[in-house]
Design a protein around this ligand. Structure first.
Ligand SMILES: Nc1ncnc2c1ncn2[C@@H]1O[C@H](COP(=O)(O)OP(=O)(O)OP(=O)(O)O)[C@@H](O)[C@H]1O
Ligand SMILES: [Mg+2]
Length: 260
């Protein structure tokens, strides 16, 4: 095969297969990252340790999506504009590394608009700014455990008509909020959990050092993906849930009379 044909088939393979696409960006995906890239699930939660590679692989997915789906809208949300911009910068870096395979119409610090009419937009975690968007085909919420519930419930309808996909990625942050609730209670999601011990780029010696330096509670949350109780909580989540017992009659009946 001559070089032009080789290059053509390499481009074709990368546009069809997101794993080949990731490799063309110098990222050899870990097995869970491959699983994510190849998944067609509409709802995915990544409960992954710090530095395990969740933002990087989601950035790959976002760019692959925008390049290969005409007129698609990808939104990147996180608790702050700074954090959304971090993921967006990874997307832009990959786009530039690839030599801008589809020419852009607009490139700003917050938006990449391509000539195939696709857009990738990075937004702060503010309800007002986010509400204006509709027809979202991929919604990514980075550091989701720290995003307000109000914002989450206000952005979900954006996916209704477009039947868009939703990916939540985070390290746990206490036993509260939608990230914890969806992870622990909902069956509607594909769930991927990766502890730091499972990440080939994080040395076990480093982890032992972190455990000693910061303590067990913090270590379990940051590196072992455990939803740990806030240290200041008066009651634990399990104690509160345990208090809801179906066998116990309510004190008052629905007419306000004592339930004896
Ligand atoms: N499959 C991979 N191969 C090589 N390097 C990788 C791979 N996945 C991620 N990385 C690198 O690992 C580092 C951490 O990745 P990333 O920032 O995506 O992690 P994260 O889980 O989002 O971390 P944080 O919780 O701190 O936000 C980066 O330097 C990234 O380039
Ligand atoms: Mg990250």
């Amino acid at each position: 095969m001559n070089d032009i044909r080789k290059a053509f088939f390499a481009d074709l393979a990368a546009s069809v297969d997101p794993v080949t696409f990731a490799r063309s960006l110098g990222i050899d995906p870990d097995s869970w990252q491959r699983d994510l890239l190849l998944s067609a699930d509409p709802r995915i939660i990544l409960n992954c340790a710090r530095q395990s590679g969740k933002s990087t692989i989601t950035a790959v997915l976002a760019l692959h999506h925008a390049l290969n789906n005409f007129a698609s809208l990808v939104l990147i949300l996180s608790p702050s504009q700074r954090q959304s911009s971090e993921l967006f910068k990874k997307v832009m870096g990959f786009y530039v590394d690839l030599g801008r395979p589809i020419v852009s119409e607009t490139e700003t610090a917050l938006t990449l608009q391509l000539t195939n009419k696709s857009r990738i937009v990075s937004l702060p975690g503010k309800e007002k700014t986010v509400r204006g968007y509709s027809g979202v085909s991929l919604l990514i919420i980075d550091e989701a455990a720290q995003v307000d519930d109000d914002l989450y419930y206000s952005v979900r309808p954006m996916l209704a008509v477009s039947q868009g996909r939703l990916i939540l990625l985070s390290t746990p942050f206490g036993r509260r909020g939608f990230f914890f609730k969806e992870w622990s209670e909902s069956k509607a999601w594909k769930k991927i959990k990766i502890t730091a011990w499972e990440c080939p780029r994080i040395a076990p010696e480093f982890l032992e050092e972190e455990r000693l330096a910061f303590g067990e509670w913090w270590f379990r949350q940051e590196f072992e993906c455990e939803f740990s109780e806030n240290l200041n909580s008066v009651f634990t989540y399990d104690e509160i849930m345990g208090a809801f017992d179906d066998d116990v009659k309510p004190l008052f009946d629905k007419n306000g009379g004592l339930n004896l």
